[in-house]
Design a protein around this ligand. Structure first.
Ligand SMILES: Cc1ncc(COP(=O)(O)O)c(C=O)c1O
Ligand SMILES: N[C@H](C=O)CCC(=O)O
Length: 427
């Protein structure tokens, strides 16, 4: 019998490309059709057929306090009752900006936008304007949203679908982006020397999350800081995933390296559409209306997103939250590793706090090429076996899993029992 999800997917495919509004949701690499979600609560999402899943996607990162948290709902409802958008400044924007600047060392000023894509696109425009240079450096498998300049050797759905760039991005634009291997400072030096005097910015996920999770090696982020300083290149940390995920204050706090510009999104909107970019005051004061660099947004600083973001961050600011997230991420990944070891299955886990990826490979994963040694067929089997047991994972090898404050020890135990069976199934 056809399920309600399958019925909806058939209809959706006639109405929207691939039946979805973002490619990764179509589950193509998993050889299945996606579940359509009716609602979510705490660590669970529930599909339109009434199946309950333990969720490790967390809306691709934002749901760090769990779904439908009562404090977040209350804040959003209160904000909605006062009107959903004014196209004018509000006290909540000031409160969120103040909180972000206080927490994130690289922020002296901030501009709130509606998505991570807007944040990275605007940060790059600012860097180009400030330096008068055109080229940028990024890393293979790094995903920074879908602005033209950034769809070069990108991660996430672009990688999962095996598209190296994207038709529609003019060659003249793509050629301004130089992509090199993550964790490879020599490759960065070579790119900087080869394009000497032309590089405006270097953009990096300080912990990569879109080729699966890949950690920066100890000298990598300090090395990028040094190389950018030597050549007056604007260093941009894309903390859309890592901001307030890996630590209060983000990866820059955790690794002690301060970028010139920082991009945020996901967690700071508590599940509503949001993005932010900010950094050095001298750079940010080049943005209109103070300076000439233009960027705008009808719904930027939207009151509902501000309310959800503030409520989420206030929960995260409570004592012990990041310790709790660390403990859960650590416990789960150590147990899965131990199970795989007993079964003699090749498996590597990269983790930073509550974000991690399981790679089915023997090889340490420090860059895209190594991530691609993972057996994606095995990941597909694993995904299907987990789903059948009520555990919902990112539908791609090249994405991060997220644990939230709402995942209880019992939930993790359930996921581990499912994981044991799934590993046996894909042995
Ligand atoms: C690191 C990173 N940067 C930027 C983006 C773009 O954010 P958005 O999807 O909100 O446009 C994403 C996710 O999509 C991301 O993971
Ligand atoms: N990996 C992406 C963001 O982090 C997934 C979100 C999307 O593209 O829909």
């Amino acid at each position: 019998m056809i399920t309600h999800s399958e019925q909806l997917f058939q209809q959706a495919r006639r109405l929207m490309p691939g039946g979805v509004n973002s490619p990764v949701r179509a589950w193509r690499a998993m050889g299945m059709s996606p579940r359509f979600i009716a609602r979510a609560q705490g660590p669970h999402i529930i599909d339109v057929d009434g199946n309950v899943y333990l969720d490790f996607v967390g809306s691709w990162g934002p749901m760090i306090v769990g779904h439908a948290h009562p404090k977040v709902l209350e804040a959003v409802q209160k904000a909605a009752a006062a009107g959903t958008s004014y196209g004018a400044p509000t006290p909540a924007e000031v409160e969120l900006a103040d909180l972000l600047i206080d927490a994130v060392s690289g922020l002296e000023m901030v501009r709130l936008v509606n998505s991570g894509t807007e944040a990275t696109m605007s940060a790059l425009r600012l860097a180009r304007a400030a330096t008068g240079r055109k080229k940028i450096i990024k890393f293979d498998g790094g995903y920074h949203g879908h602005a033209d300049t950034l769809l070069v050797q990108a991660g996430s759905g672009v990688l999962t679908q095996g598209i190296p760039g994207s038709p529609g991005v003019p060659e003249e634009i793509a050629s301004l982006t130089i992509s090199v291997a993550y964790n490879d400072l020599n490759a960065v030096v070579q790119a900087m020397e080869h394009h000497a005097g032309d590089i405006a910015a270097l953009i990096v996920e300080p912990v990569a999350g879109n080729m699966g999770v890949v950690l920066p090696q100890p000298d990598f982020l300090p090395g990028l800081r040094r190389l950018c300083d030597q050549r007056s290149i604007v260093l941009i940390f894309d903390e859309v995933i890592t901001g307030f995920r890996v630590a209060w204050g983000g990866a820059q706090k955790k690794f002690g390296v301060t970028p010139d510009l920082t991009c945020l999104g996901k967690v700071i909107g508590g599940g509503l559409p949001v993005g932010a970019y900010g950094g050095r005051r001298d750079l940010m004061e080049q943005m209109a209306p103070v300076g000439p660099v233009y960027q705008a947004g009808t719904l930027s600083g939207n009151p509902l997103a501000m309310a959800a973001g503030l409520a989420t961050l206030k929960i995260l600011a409570e004592p012990g939250t990041y310790e709790d997230l660390e403990e859960k991420g650590c416990y789960f990944t150590e147990q899965i590793s131990a199970l795989a070891h007993l079964m003699k299955l090749p498996l590597r886990i990269n983790r930073e706090g509550s974000m991690f990826t399981i790679f089915f490979t023997d090889c340490p994963v420090n860059n895209l090429v190594e991530a691609q040694t993972s057996d994606t067929g095995r990941f597909q089997q694993f995904f299907q076996a987990m789903l059948a047991q009520g555990v919902y994972l990112p539908p791609s090898q090249f994405e991060a899993w997220f644990v939230s404050l709402a995942h209880s020890p019992e939930d993790l135990q359930k996921a581990l029992s499912a994981g044991e069976k799934a590993l046996l199934d894909c042995k």
